[in-house]
Design a protein. Structure first.
Length: 272
């Protein structure tokens, strides 16, 4: 009755089912891990934003990578802005999804090391290649406070780090690249400025991250697991339907080959 399962068509279908089930289960766990990562990151962000500011050099150093636990941690530093060495970061949007630049200004600490400070967003000029109008930062020695961030990479941001950019423009914030450009020791990572903010015209401050949203990863995980359960159920339904159809076809063939009294029907040539 089930010999049809050995036909080429059914062997291929069965192999596809056997491949789909573990793949869908794995995709479900992948989405679950993304959900768990997001929940953990949200907790890190919430804890970091609630913590008291600490000196920036207690969490990072030249050539260092910002740790996950220190992301968005509020840090402080005393020194002077160096607007002459300022660059802008291309293809950045503000809260209204307008495309412009982020302003990246070196902040020279008292010990001579440089802290990269993202002062906020400014609109683009007539063209993306022209350097925008950027309000000057505060003069003299001040203390800045900001959220500590990790160096940007193409893998995490999805933004390609293009070369041969217009003068004083970059695609990604990289302390390593800025250290080479400035010729000074640059602390790993950068900060998003939260204080002092401009009282008048100035770069638009970068808003604090949303640490309440968790996305749809958990729902996607459940969907994949439901699909993985539905595929073998569908295969069983198809097999039973095929058995039923073959049985019905067999009964029809038997009926066409027998007379009304159950005896084999005679052909015309046999009667002659």
């Amino acid at each position: 009755m089930y010999r049809f399962l050995l036909t080429r068509q059914w062997v291929i279908l069965t192999l596809v089912v056997l491949a789909l089930v573990p793949t869908m289960i794995e995709l479900g766990f992948w989405q679950l891990h993304r959900h768990q990562h997001r929940v953990a990151l949200n907790q890190v962000i919430a804890d970091s934003l609630a913590a008291d500011p600490v000196p920036v050099e207690s969490l990072t150093a030249p050539g260092a990578e910002v740790k996950d636990a220190d992301l968005y941690r509020r840090v402080t530093g005393a020194g002077r802005f160096d607007p002459a060495r300022e660059v802008v970061v291309r293809r950045r949007t503000n809260a209204d999804d307008k495309v412009g630049f982020h302003v990246l200004t070196p902040f020279v600490l008292r010990d001579g090391k440089v802290l990269l400070v993202n002062r906020g967003w400014v609109p683009a000029g007539p063209t993306q290649t022209a350097f925008p109008e950027v309000p000057a930062p505060p003069r003299g020695e001040i203390t800045v406070t900001g959220r500590l961030m990790r160096d940007q990479t193409t893998a995490e941001s999805g933004i390609k780090d293009l070369q041969d950019m217009p003068d004083r423009q970059v695609m990604l914030i990289s302390s390593e690249q800025q250290q080479e450009r400035l010729g000074r020791q640059v602390l790993g990572g950068y900060v998003e400025l939260t204080s002092p903010l401009p009282k008048g015209a100035g770069p638009e401050p970068i808003p604090a991250p949303d640490h309440d949203a968790i996305g749809n990863h958990l729902a996607y995980a459940i969907q994949w697991w439901l699909f993985s359960a539905g595929v073998p159920v569908g295969w069983v339904i198809l097999v039973r339907r095929e058995v039923r159809d073959r049985a019905a076809a067999g009964r029809a063939d038997d009926g066409n080959g027998e007379g009304g009294d159950g005896e084999p029907a005679r052909t015309e040539s046999a009667r002659v």
